[in-house]
Design a protein around this ligand. Structure first.
Ligand code: NAP
Ligand code: ZN
Length: 356
């Protein structure tokens, strides 16, 4: 039996070549454990763009129409009868996941993001209404309270929204690999994820080196917390750091030579990929064999860790550097993402949907 639904304004794409445009979608009325949220801000992640344009067709094909958006901050407007954690008026957040099976070993260990039955915020099967889940480029969303996060009151909602993906995706692997005092840490790509990685690595006390293809981002990188900045297209500058890193986080959205970075790792150094270019990577065996280096990947973070990250940001007054835009500028923002022209995250002011 389907729950009752209501209409919500949203922006969707009808095909991989269509721009995003105004539409109306169905949301379910909150069931027992659901929280209904009026969305205030939603960040624009490069994953939104990869998905809208079906660039990950091999791994997670896009079903159209798609409503992207998984960096959501909003205000609770209604809760189901069994909800205990939230009440109307609370400022809350939703990230990349809206459900999981809660019973598998991954869920039990707090790794909902690795649950085989995890439901993404958009472009996953919607188990309540059928069809696909619709994301945060919308005026409201309804989510089980387990997947709703609390936003510390000192954080501005527009700048806190990107923490829900760019924040947790960089925080989690750096915690896992022990980034901290005495460690030399590289961040590749100063975009939405990269700039959060720099802030966290600096806050954890590491020596931070940013690798960028954009010379005009050098001053910003230093301001954000980098100790050094390397223009990665300059082979001489790269060579100076050969074999010296404990950890490198690669947050690049496009095809690039990952081997150039593996060669910068020292003994037992690790390079973790969070960037997800569509093209497969080429890694020579000897790059890893020598110095016992490792190559890893990482996806977002679990719910408990996401709340821990938000609380850490509250304590350290840490948020994203955002350019707030109305939803009507979303297609232009996508074009700018492709040119690495964003400082350093677009955050959509959802009040702009009211005029649609
Ligand atoms: P973004 O804001 O567009 O930043 C990507 C950055 O990569 C750019 O600013 C640029 O930095 C660099 N770059 C772009 N094209 C490049 C090229 N051809 N060669 C070298 N560097 C290039 O993207 P984002 O939102 O941070 O996302 C980054 C990637 O992470 C995307 O692939 C996204 O899908 C993925 N992602 C993964 C997860 C996960 O859970 N693993 C979560 C969220 C996002 P410079 O100007 O400094 O060179
Ligand atoms: Zn994302």
């Amino acid at each position: 039996m389907h729950p009752t639904t209501y209409n919500a304004k949203a922006y969707s794409a009808a095909s991989e070549t269509s721009p995003l445009a105004s539409t109306k979608i169905d949301r379910r009325e909150p069931t027992e454990r659901d929280v209904q949220i009026e969305i205030l801000f939603c960040g624009i992640c490069h994953s939104d763009l990869h998905s809208v344009r079906n660039e990950w067709s091999e791994f997670m094909p896009t079903v159209y129409p798609i409503v992207p958006g998984h960096e959501i901050v909003g205000r609770v407007t209604k809760v189901g009868s069994a909800v205990t954690k939230y009440k109307p008026g609370d400022v809350v957040a939703v990230g990349c996941m809206v459900d999981s099976d809660r019973t598998c070993p991954q869920c039990k260990a707090g790794f909902e993001q690795y649950c085989p039955n995890m439901i993404l915020t958009f472009n996953s099967p919607d188990q309540h209404l059928g069809g696909r889940t619709y994301g945060g480029y919308s005026e409201s969303i309804v989510v089980d309270e387990h997947f709703v996060l609390r936003v510390p009151s000192n954080l501005k909602p527009d700048a806190a929204a990107p923490l829900l993906c760019a924040g947790i995706t960089t925080y989690s692997p750096m915690r896992h690999w022990g980034v901290g005092k005495g460690k030399k840490v590289g961040v590749v790509g100063l975009g939405g994820l990269g700039h959060m990685a720099v802030k966290f690595a600096h806050a954890f006390g590491a020596h931070v080196v940013v690798f960028t293809t954009s010379p005009n981002k050098k001053e910003d990188a230093l301001r954000l917390g980098a100790d050094e900045v390397v223009i990665s297209r300059n082979a001489g500058e790269m060579q100076k750091h050969a074999g010296s890193f404990d950890f490198i986080l690669d947050a690049v959205s496009a095809d690039h030579d990952i081997n150039a970075y593996i060669n910068l790792l020292g003994r037992d150094g690790n390079l973790t990929l969070v960037g997800a270019p569509a093209e497969p990577l080429r890694v020579p065996a000897f790059s890893l064999i020598m110095r016992r280096r490792s190559l890893a990947g990482s996806a977002i973070g679990g719910i408990t860790e996401t709340q821990e990250m938000l609380d850490f940001c509250g304590e350290h007054n840490l948020t994203a550097d955002v350019e707030v835009i109305p939803i009507q500028k979303v297609n232009e923002a996508y074009e700018r993402l492709l040119k690495s022209d964003v400082k350093y995250r677009f955050s959509i002011d959802m009040a702009s949907l009211k005029s649609e």
